[in-house]
Design a protein around this ligand. Structure first.
Ligand code: SF4
Ligand code: FES
Length: 247
């Protein structure tokens, strides 16, 4: 298929940036969106022009590096990561707009690349457990009810891609944070730091400039790992209990 791409070009954090229009030809249905951008970049390099900067690492939907706003949708029209989005989701002759995540907490570094280290700082504030490491304990020595184990496992699938922030009109990071709170709060190992974790993470989230949740739900709709909206309820509940010292 042949496509027209309107891509955000920005030379650096202090540049104003603007859209540039490119045509790409003979794109296979089976290519991923990033492979299609690779084709564009090879063409640009061949012509002596600056390739489009974008992030990726695993290209398997597990690292969370590759988020792009594609025609106004975080990660594009399918519920998946940009690297797992295939060109068969688009039509021949289509014009596709490609932008970086738009959130002041994720400043643009260059073209489509944003700085998501605000998420790292939220994790550093409390998204961990402190345990003595050593030999793995016997698997049955810490019983966890199946429902809790399943919920912990499902919420642990958050890859920190930032689509939830990009999709949210408030640029809130609460789905991301709620996924970590739910994951660790379901497990016995997560209990000792449960109160301090939620307070520290929420404080850091707010200090980074992310907005609050107003129950719009765009975050969960855009999440490639289908993290459910109710993790934000769990986060709010844990936060209230921690403030009251009720755990
Ligand atoms: S909650 Fe979903 S959208 Fe948000 S960072 Fe995690 S995987 Fe990405
Ligand atoms: S490149 Fe790793 S999730 Fe897309």
């Amino acid at each position: 298929m042949n496509l027209t791409l309107k891509i955000w070009r920005q030379a650096g954090p202090d540049d104003g940036g603007d859209f540039a229009t490119y045509d790409v030809r003979d794109i296979s249905d089976d290519m991923s969106f990033l492979e299609m951008l690779d084709v564009l970049n090879e063409d640009l390099i061949g012509k002596g022009e600056e390739p489009v900067a974008f992030d990726s690492d695993c290209r398997e939907g597990i690292c969370g590096q590759c988020g792009l706003m594609i025609s106004g949708m975080a990660h594009g029209p399918d519920v998946t990561t940009t690297c797992q989005l295939h060109m068969r989701s688009f039509s021949d002759g289509e014009t596709i707009t490609v932008e970086p995540w738009r959130a002041s907490s994720f400043p643009v570094l260059r073209d489509l690349v944003v700085d998501r280290s605000a998420f790292d700082r939220i994790i550093q504030a409390g998204g961990y457990i402190s345990v003595n490491t050593g030999a793995a304990p016997e698997a049955h020595s810490v019983p966890v009810p199946k429902a809790n184990a399943d919920r912990a496992f499902d919420t642990a699938t958050c890859i920190g891609c930032g689509a939830c922030v990009a999709a949210c009109p408030n640029a809130s990071g609460m789905l991301f944070m709620g996924a970590k709170i739910a994951h660790l709060g379901e497990l016995p190992q997560g209990q000792p730091e449960r109160d301090s974790r939620v307070v520290s993470m929420v404080n850091q989230h707010d200090a980074e400039g992310f907005g609050g949740c107003t129950n719009i739900g765009e975050c969960a709709a855009a999440c490639p790992k289908e993290i459910p909206l109710d993790v934000i309820n769990q986060l709010n509940k844990d936060f209230r209990k921690a403030k009251k010292g009720a755990h």
